[in-house]
Design a protein around this ligand. Sequence first.
Ligand code: DGJ
Length: 735
Amino acid sequence: MPIEWNEEDKVFHLYNQKISYLIQIVHGKYPAHLYWGKRIQTLQPTLILPYKGRPFSPMTEPTDSKFSLDTLAQEYPAFGNGDFRSPAYQLRTKDGSTITEFVYDSHEITQGKPRLEGLPSAYVENNQEADTLVITLVDPVLAIGLDLIYTIYHDLDVITRSVSFEHRGSQKVEIHKCMSMSVDFLSSKWDWLQLHGTWARECHIERQPLNHGTQMISSARGASSHQHNPFIALLSKEATEEHGDVYGVSLVYSGNFQASIEVDPYETTRLAMGINPFDFIWLLMPGETFQTPEALMVYSPDGLGGMSRTFHKLLRTRVCRGIYRDRTRPILFNNWEATRFNFSEKKLKQLADAAANLGIELFVLDDGWFGHRDNDKTSLGDWDVNRKKLPHGLKGIAEYIQAKGMQFGLWVEPEMVSPDSELYRLHPDWCLHVPGRKRTLSRNQLVLDLSREDVCDWLIDTFTNVFTKAPISYVKWDMNRNMTEVGSAALPPERQKETAHRYMLGLYRILDTLTERFPEILFESCSGGGGRFDPGMLYYMPQTWTSDDTDAVERLKIQYGTSLVYPALTMGAHVSDVPNQQTGRNTPLQMRLYVAMAANLGFEMKVDQLTKEERVEIQKEIHFYKQIQDLVCFGDLFRLLSPFEGMDTAFMYVAPDKSKAVVFYYKVLATPNPPFYRLKLRGLDPQMKYQINNGGQAFYGDELMKIGITMPLVKSDYFSIIFLIQRLEKESLRF
Ligand code: DGJ
């Protein structure tokens, strides 16, 4: 049983072959954090949990003058009765106080991993894959139970955590803060790393040393956001791509979040993550429970690369679901950058003819097919086809596309409403708003109030109808603004601060219902690109449109940063025209192709206006992509050169059995009179011989990893090259 309880020392040991996580119940009451890291065999807790009385640190236990919550490394700390650091939770009782005292009551260890009611979470396919520990704390005055829920996977170096409150008392309380996890490390010698950005510039990597005090990232936008991905990592000072300790935490949630790291004067580092407590209050009535989202916690002794590979496996196989989970995705064409709103059935057919000719497998009709949506000022909410543009309806165009041998996909933006729409005229109170206040527009639209059951039911019916109108194989679920005037006409005043979280619960219910109702549809989530690229969305929709920025150079950073947490199989990557619509940059077709081929390849260019040479090049590369698609989608990622550190970017995907690999190398700007450069590969079998490209030279794995492949000397900007590396079965073993 990989969760052990040592009754004598009051220590829980969660472990698998590679990692250990230890918790001690100190003084029979307080869950203290002992250790998280490489697997250890046994532990004598008194040796590693020293404490001593410190000036100005309150004496928590009258009988133990050395003991204070203020200096204890804790698992789920409170504020107000001894610990002056940032708490993991805060409740407000009917007398206005926020003092609570949750202490150990009982625990339960079970096989498997329970699903979280109403929320996305990592899962198991059978109970042998993981074990779960629930530590129940109780505040005797309030008669509220607080469950700390931990799961450890056997074959993944992952611990998941969440928290649930169960109200068995009689007075109403308000939850003002409830993080999903909190861990205190007994050291502050760390760097921390985040993925920050904005629209068209998502997931830029920033690594910096920890300082005393609090460092924090968050979203209060009603979405996980372009600005900060719901992910944070602590790295040992010497940690690199492939070496050193890294602790990564990612939240399975698509709404407002907060991740904070606090360093105290005794060099304890408190890392916590959960729903953003700012502007959040949840009323918990007797008999009710509240479940937090789940945090995914990955420890890697093998640097950032090791952390990423664990996240990739976890997200790809135990967060994503559905029939597409283990399948490569169709190569798609999307008409957005080619036509924007300005298309007709004739134009779409022209594009479809050209797309089919290139070898594209899925044709996606983007924004502008419904209502009278000829621009972004109108019609969201009126999900009837625009017969002027599509006289034969969705069915007509879908059948044309199918006859060309492609699948048909459709763009929708269900969560929004345009003030210029029948829906808004009929239901002006169906959007998020605060009575008597203006309704702030963003991209000319308002956000539907998904905290309302009736709005969610309407959306489920409406989109069930849309998705059955035509043979639809793919849906792009877009969301193009963040929330303002967050309030709901359906909630009483004391529940208004629940709106943003209730919205997420409503959205998850809609997605649950629709994805279950349409299991054959491949769903791709999008929020102006990567504005909601998070594990919560991936639970329902196994891929995300990575960014509205399709410029090949910018995409190097965006995709590289995104790959820290998310596997290639979850990333949409398209080839577009030049000059690029976001940057005005001209990059060669090969570079654009090679960047997009590093994830789920798609096209959103004027495919009907390509030259013959361009057509031939695209056909050839699509053919090649088919050969490497399995590797890209299911291989282990090794990042070799970072676009954040220089002009060159390189990474490779290695087949799990090390029989093959594909290496991508890009050089953005040429160097005059350049030195030779050898790219050292990783992840291969050192004893095996590999051939570089079909018919090319063969080298042993150790040669490729220790000496490397010499990159060509080129006199041109935007150089890119791909190497396919295959094990030579016969002459392989050297010894
Ligand atoms: C934002 C998306 O990211 C784009 O790809 C496109 O679908 C537009 N919305 C359409 O309005």
